[in-house]
Design a protein around this ligand. Sequence first.
Ligand SMILES: [Zn+2]
Ligand SMILES: [Zn+2]
Length: 419
Amino acid sequence: MSSGAPLIECHECGLLLLAPDIRPGNTAKCPRCNGTLFGKNAHGLELPVSLNFAALFLFVIANTFPFITFEMEGLEQPSILISGVIEFYGKGLWQLAGLVLIVTILIPLIKIVGTLYVLGPLHLGFRPPFAIRVFRFIEVLRPWAMMEVYLLGVIVAYVKLKDMATLELGVGVFAFVVLIMLVTWADSTLESHTVWEHLGPRAPKSPFPRTRDNSLIACHTCQLVVHTAPAASHGASHGTSTCPRCGDVLHRRKSNSIARTWALVATAAILYVPANVFPVMTVIMFGSGEADTIISGVKVLFEVGMWPVALLVFFASITVPVLKLCGLCYLLISVQRGSRKRLKDRTLMYRIIESVGRWSMIDIFMISILIALVRLGSIATIEPGIGAISFAAVVVTTMIASMTFDPRLMWDAAGENGE
Ligand SMILES: [Zn+2]
Ligand SMILES: [Zn+2]
């Protein structure tokens, strides 16, 4: 560490430190909580630009070519990627149609196009108009791009149907798999920290402050540490000062974090009841139907001996939501009681809660695929159930709850970040 290094704040524990000098391709870790501070691009911008170009091409193929064809009793039911969305909408479940459309098609597309829009010109040496706004928008959308979760939904749906009918995988599925690999690769070669340094002023190279005061605020979006005037830092909680690099409103901590997170946790806990009581789908075979709840769906998978998939769905749909709710309650209470114990473990727990939440969407995606494929009238039809709306609401609400919680408050409450 040189004394001329820019200041950086760990966004998980709030530790203020001089940015360590790291080599390209590496990431800097927080010495106190082991959270990731930032990474440095290994390959410049050329590789992420090329990968996103290829991803855009595959996105078009995955969305236009046949996805899966369902064959039973001589009848065929083809589907494309968007078929599930159309079926949800057609059955009046517009909330689910909108959600699946947004997280599996719209946001991934915006992410690819937006990244190309910002990085393409930057790579060629100029900054496109609104680059900062576009990149900030991509950063906000990032956790809501769920193509890889959808792919697991496809696998579960496939396993459920393969004994009952013939399934033919189309070009769309293969393009979709390659698309996910490309996007994952592209994301791993692109460190937002590097992009922000291309886009705006670097963090000021100031001497390390002797005492930690509230005038230093780290931007939530681009991580720039900003020295605000004392009056402005007071007003920051009311959103008066903005980040000079990305333009986002500066808050020392996420605003009203505790109250908002409690409200969202309570909402999710209430929704959890109808999500498990009401059926999420009904399978109608030769005229007689059987309604499945989340739990009975998992039970069926266990009974027919599909252990790996049954365990996967059990973990994603039952364990994860409960653990998330209990975990967030525990973290919230620990902040409110000013607990000083196990700060590093609690921060790790938060990291896990934040990253696993999206995988609970598997069941919703599986239902969207099943209803798109199995619609052969009286022979075999799968209808979505009202429980699916509550379940999707639980997943979305807990995801927002974990984003609203500010883990730095745990360290603040323990007196680790000074007064
Ligand atoms: Zn930290
Ligand atoms: Zn910023």
